[in-house]
Write a protein that binds this ligand. Structure first.
Ligand SMILES: NC(=O)c1ccc[n+]([C@@H]2O[C@H](COP(=O)([O-])OP(=O)(O)OC[C@H]3O[C@@H](n4cnc5c(N)ncnc54)[C@H](OP(=O)(O)O)[C@@H]3O)[C@@H](O)[C@H]2O)c1
Length: 255
């Protein structure tokens, strides 16, 4: 019997090819829908031990490059999708700075991406999520509630109602494309929403930032919810960057 060839591990290159976050986002083709739905790219940050929270929020895990990447993803996408609990926990506010809004305007887009959130019960503490108080920010809340109302606020909020048990990410994404012309979506979690998005086959790429930190404890992971069978779901590594001691991994779903 011949001995198997030993596996080879490639050492990734030194930091000789630095690129701004905007260049990484350009690679993602967020202006190119996938058939009848927008392209969907998720961005999450985790500690080296796989935790997605530090003191109940993700703030504190990312570094300057991670924050820059998130903002460039928002600048590049027509819509930002985030779960109801994430909007609340992360106190969503001021998604883009004036220069990023201007960049969007200059390329012919609205200054703000549409903020899209899902709450089957329409159970959103609107008064505790600052972005709902920002005039001019378009927000879509997708729900299965037939009649619950949201309190008034300064943002431009549209409630899209789906039948009980009839709200799927595929349906919502197709509606965003058909009704609002959304070509690309940045999904910012949280772990519950992202697991469902992936389970429904609607995620194209995952950007995972690994922070040089250990957290431990009873904290959420990047995905929460039922296990993806005994074999898990496969990904392919499409790109790797680093900034300081943070690692930036880009995964795609195999075709
Ligand atoms: N590390 C990171 O990158 C990162 C990113 C984002 C968030 N986080 C952290 O994650 C935590 C929040 O995440 P989470 O998982 O608890 O909540 P989440 O995913 O932000 O929101 C979940 C909510 O979305 C609604 N929803 C509607 N349809 C859904 C579906 N098909 N599947 C799942 N949810 C659906 C549900 O509201 P209804 O019950 O009303 O339907 C549910 O309560 C926060 O602590 C946040 O700081 C970390």
């Amino acid at each position: 019997m011949t001995e198997a060839e030993p596996a080879r591990l490639r050492r990734l290159g030194p930091d000789d090819d630095e690129r701004p976050a905007r260049a990484l986002v350009a690679d993602l083709r967020l202006d190119q829908p996938v058939g009848e739905r927008p392209r969907v790219v998720a961005a999450m940050v985790m500690s080296a031990d796989g935790r997605a929270q530090l003191a109940d929020r993700s703030v504190g895990l990312g570094n300057a490059a991670d924050r820059d990447l998130l903002r460039e993803l928002r600048t590049g996408a027509d819509a930002v999708l985030a779960g109801a609990r994430t909007l609340h926990a992360e106190r969503y506010a001021t998604l883009l700075d004036p220069a990023q809004q201007e960049h969007r305007r200059a390329r012919g887009d609205a200054p703000h991406p549409v903020v899209v959130t899902v709450s089957r019960r329409l159970d959103l503490p609107v008064g505790e999520i600052p972005v709902f108080g920002e005039a001019g920010v378009p927000i879509i809340v997708a729900t299965e509630s037939a009649d619950r109302q949201l309190p008034g606020c300064d943002a431009e909020v549209d409630v899209w109602r789906y039948a009980q048990g009839g709200m799927t990410f595929g349906g919502l994404l197709r509606d965003l494309h058909a009704r609002r012309g959304v070509r690309g979506v940045t999904c910012e979690g949280g772990p519950g929403l992202l697991r469902e998005l992936i389970a429904q086959g609607e995620l194209d790429e995952l950007l995972l930032t690994v922070a040089p930190k250990l957290v431990a404890g009873e904290t959420l992971s990047v995905l929460q919810g039922e296990r993806f069978g005994d074999r898990g779901l496969d990904l392919e590594l499409a790109d790797v960057h680093r900034s300081e001691h943070h690692l930036f991994l880009r995964y795609v779903r195999p075709t």
